[in-house]
Design a protein around this ligand. Structure first.
Ligand SMILES: [Zn+2]
Length: 431
């Protein structure tokens, strides 16, 4: 672009600023800023939009317009949305609609302005990694955030990689505790704490994948590698271009053919890798997390605790009329305790499995089977209600809130009687 053109665009931008801003910046400075974007390969129209936004000018596109909108500029309740973005991830998801299971698709898009999750009612004609133009999408608002939806009017067109500026594909430098499900592609250093090779079927082809755990001085995170990066336990690696995907709100690092993985000399010591200890409100804010420790008081033992029957086919808990999928079956008995733990800052549901439950109540499942349900229920209450437990494990999050899946759970509070009275009186106050 010639200097003359550049100045023209700079004047254009300047003319849209308010008087105060106009005084604060010269055409020369605007031109220099603009040039930086152009050097990065950002198309001039977008570079101008981005600068206008930076200078506080509202550039969002009015509803009904067919101009492309940047993900960061999307407003809730807009129809006719047009985007150009890369598909970071796309996954089927089973939901219940009017009591019937239905498969929808959800995933993450990114452009030069950031990332945004989407939901599609039918499988959209796009795959992970594709650059696409999406027209006729619409947005809603959910819990204060913009939700992008593809209805049956959506149109998807494949684009070349140069449809998006280069900066879109620059990975973000992160430590593990900075990783959220929306971070997109990342650059990071981490130690391989474990790695396991697995063979799976993808569209009738056998594929080898590697799964394991990465750690750094801020925490741990699961990973999946779709290529053989020769990852070995104990080695420290530098990853550039891995992308983050989430499973029930828990972020995971995915390494595909676009990722660069190199062994690095500077080792991360295993003793420097912590299990993050969190307050429960942090757990609720942060979405799913791998390997964290929490503690709190059991304030409720929920229905569905005690002896339950599971489907021999799919392991789901049976309802009165059998399995939701397999109908009438001979159930296999199991023992579990569902409870709510609260630390004063927030609360979390947790489900104890048979081994954990047996240890906490000091009886085996067979002994529990001999008891009548009321007897068993009071035993659960005596053993757990109002007591402080300390747990280590993973937190998952979905539509219904967070659930803590404990690997270990300890009752750390032995002074039961007075605490029971204390919690009872607290609960009465709440009512
Ligand atoms: Zn079943």
């Amino acid at each position: 672009m010639t200097n003359e053109n550049l100045n023209q665009h700079a004047q254009d931008i300047l003319s849209r600023l308010d008087d105060q801003k106009k005084k604060a910046i010269s055409a020369q400075e605007v031109a220099e800023e603009l040039e930086k974007f152009l050097d990065y390969g950002v198309p001039v129209k977008q570079a101008k939009q981005t600068l206008l936004k930076k200078f506080g000018v509202n550039t969002s596109v009015p509803p009904g317009s067919v101009e492309r909108t940047l993900l960061a500029d999307l407003q809730p309740n807009t129809r006719n949305v047009k985007l150009v973005a890369q598909v970071v991830s796309i996954n089927p998801k089973e939901i219940m609609v009017k009591g019937q299971p239905r498969t929808i698709f959800s995933g993450l898009l990114r452009d030069e302005s950031g990332t945004l999750p989407f939901t599609a009612w039918d499988k959209p004609a796009m795959n992970e990694g594709d650059i696409v133009e999406i027209a006729n999408a619409y947005t809603r608002e959910w819990r204060g955030k913009v939700q992008l939806n593809f209805g049956n009017q959506v149109m998807i067109e494949q684009k070349e990689k140069d449809a998006l500026p280069k900066e879109t594909f620059e990975p973000k430098k992160v430590t593990i505790n900075e990783i959220t499900p929306l971070v997109g592609t990342v650059e990071m250093s981490a130690k391989v704490l474990s790695v396991e090779e697995k063979e799976i079927m993808v569209d009738e082809d056998k594929k080898t994948m590697f799964t394991g755990i990465l750690g750094d001085s801020t925490g741990k995170i699961p990973f999946t590698a779709w290529e053989d990066f020769k990852l070995s336990k104990e080695s420290t690696v530098h990853i550039k271009g891995g992308y983050v995907k989430s499973f029930r709100g828990m972020p995971q690092v995915n390494l595909d053919e676009n990722a660069e993985v190199k062994k690095q000399k500077k080792q991360i010591k295993e003793s420097d890798i912590p299990t993050r200890s969190l307050h429960l409100f942090e757990l609720n804010n942060k979405q799913g997390m791998y390997d964290v420790s929490v503690s709190g008081r059991v304030i409720e033992i929920q229905q569905g605790s005690g002896i339950i029957l599971r489907c021999p086919e799919c392991n789901q808990v049976l309802r009165e009329d059998g399995c939701r999928v397999h109908g009438k079956v001979d159930g296999i008995p199991d023992l579990r305790i569902k409870c709510v733990v609260d630390d004063g800052t927030g609360s979390v549901k947790t489900i104890m499995n048979k081994d954990q439950a047996e240890r906490v109540i000091g009886k085996t499942m067979d002994e529990c089977k001999q008891m009548n349900p009321e007897e068993l229920h009071s035993l659960l209450n005596e053993s757990l209600f109002a007591r402080v437990v300390s747990m280590k494990g993973n937190s998952l999050q979905d539509f219904y809130g967070s659930t803590f899946l404990a690997d270990t759970i300890e009752v750390v509070d032995e002074d039961v009687k007075s605490k029971v009275d204390h919690v009872r009186s607290l609960l009465e106050e709440l009512e």
